[in-house]
Design a protein around this ligand. Structure first.
Ligand SMILES: [Zn+2]
Length: 377
């Protein structure tokens, strides 16, 4: 048996809160300007979505049908009374593999005031939709709830009703609330910064957790988007009823603030769709991180679909059950950092891993043709 010695080129990287995860990046890259634009146009075309209006109800039906079309099955609506008019919150749950009873909430309101609300809050609404499109078949450790709130513009009534009637009575174990409200930017301005919002209100018991989430998100955005981040305080949107009862919250808000909020001029032409697309990418990366999305480690090539590696755990040599012809072999550590890559010009039946420090690694052969999770002892 041919013995192959492989030197290991371990990247030396300063410790930071987050590192780029290649799997997350491969999903984030699928956020598309045209996809965001098309949805926002539809949202705008419904018109002024005040609670009780047919425009509002048509928008609700469209949102619901969108999730059904993408194969979501756990879809609920909650009736909300807004000063005598009735609207509905829309709640979609995607169950986590490891912690089905622990939730990451991503939310945004869809009711509007005086105008079609392309920015406030069509921008947050379509961000949720774009994320839902891409995360549907991704396994996550934590459960995710997408919530489209009504009644925000009349005093956070939809979110307050959800907290009062569902979250608190059911004692929901919510690990994070990520609120997205007004993230469209301003046309003809340089929109290069997103504001990440942390809880600085009473009660203060949940402020440290909020700060931690917000710092994580602030570190994630520059890894996956072209945007810089700024941290500021959370206020006056649907995360506030959650923070008031002690849940950890965080939020996104545009840095250049639209002058058209609650007017007929809150239209697509007055915001920056490139900016919104970047925000959607960062929000998706954040949600993948918060919910601990995991790559499914399955083989995809039927020609050598029975390939296995052994032993696992491995101390020294990792063997392949079949001889690989001129493979490219890459190894990533648990945080997604590539610690090794080599394109072989020979056939390979084993590789030497003795220089790896102990821990969990992902071995990839020919990009994603085969992927194995191994434990190095
Ligand atoms: Zn708003």
């Amino acid at each position: 048996m041919k013995y192959i010695f492989l030197p290991l080129f371990v990247f030396s990287i300063n410790a930071t809160a987050q590192e780029l995860n290649p799997f997350y990046q491969s999903i984030v890259e699928q956020v598309k300007y045209d996809s965001v634009h098309q949805k926002l146009q539809k949202f705008q075309d419904f018109g002024i979505k005040t609670v009780g209006s047919s425009a509002h109800n048509n928008a609700f039906d469209w949102l619901k049908s969108y999730y059904i079309a993408y194969g979501y099955s756990n879809i609920e609506q909650q009736s909300v009374n807004v000063f005598g008019n009735v609207g509905n919150n829309l709640i979609i749950t995607k169950i986590g593999k490891k912690y089905p009873d622990k939730f990451i909430i991503i939310d945004g309101h869809y009711d509007t005031l005086n105008g079609p609300g392309a920015n406030d809050n069509g921008s947050g609404t379509v961000t949720l939709l774009e994320i839902a499109r891409l995360i549907k078949d991704i396994d996550t450790d934590y459960s995710i709830k997408f919530i489209h709130f009504t009644g925000e513009e009349r005093g956070l009534i939809g979110s307050q009703t959800y907290v009062n009637q569902i979250a608190v009575p059911q004692n929901l174990n919510i690990k994070a609330v990520l609120n997205i409200d007004e993230v469209g930017g301003v046309a003809n301005k340089v929109n290069s910064t997103i504001v990440c919002e942390q809880d600085e209100s009473n009660p203060t018991s949940n402020n440290a957790a909020s700060s931690d989430l917000t710092n994580q998100m602030s570190n994630i955005f520059p890894l996956y988007t072209t945007l810089k981040t700024e941290i500021s305080n959370a206020y006056s949107s649907d995360y506030m009823p959650f923070q008031a009862v002690g849940y950890p919250i965080t939020g996104l808000f545009e840095k250049n603030e639209t002058p058209y909020t609650h007017t007929a001029q809150d239209i697509i032409a007055n915001l920056d769709l490139n900016y919104l697309t970047e925000v959607a990418k960062g929000a998706l990366a954040t949600l993948l991180h918060f919910s601990q999305a995991q790559e499914k480690l399955t083989t995809t090539d039927h020609t050598i679909s029975t390939l296995q590696v052994y032993p696992n755990p491995v101390k020294r040599n990792l063997h392949f059950s079949q001889i690989l012809k001129q493979p490219t072999i890459s190894i990533y550590n648990e945080t997604g950092i590539q610690v090794y890559e080599k394109k072989f010009r020979t056939a390979v039946s084993q590789i030497n891993l003795e220089h790896l420090t102990s821990g969990v690694y992902f071995v990839k052969i020919n990009s994603n043709q085969h992927s194995f999770k191994i434990l190095k002892k």
